[in-house]
Design a protein around this ligand. Structure first.
Ligand SMILES: [Zn+2]
Length: 81
């Protein structure tokens, strides 16, 4: 009886793993879309100097802050000094 239960649990575990292997495969198909949606939200950064919004691709990162242009980076450098 206990042996049957162990075999049942093992089979159930194998089926679960088989499905467990399948579910991440489906999730990986969905995730890029979700990441893209979140990515588009995160992609807009506000310039720490002039407050202009730009994409993260255009943003210049200086001291962990995003800047729209070299002028704003230089302006912030002057402010820091
Ligand atoms: Zn700026």
């Amino acid at each position: 009886m206990i042996l049957k239960l162990i075999v049942f649990v093992l089979i159930a575990g194998l089926i679960y793993r088989w499905f467990g292997g399948k579910i991440p495969f489906i999730d990986t198909e969905k995730k890029p879309k979700e990441e893209h949606e979140f990515g588009s939200l995160e992609a807009t950064s506000k310039c720490a100097n002039c407050g202009v919004y730009m994409t993260e691709e255009d943003a210049l990162i200086y001291h962990r802050k995003a800047y729209c242009s070299n002028e704003c980076v230089e302006a912030s450098k002057k402010k820091l000094k």
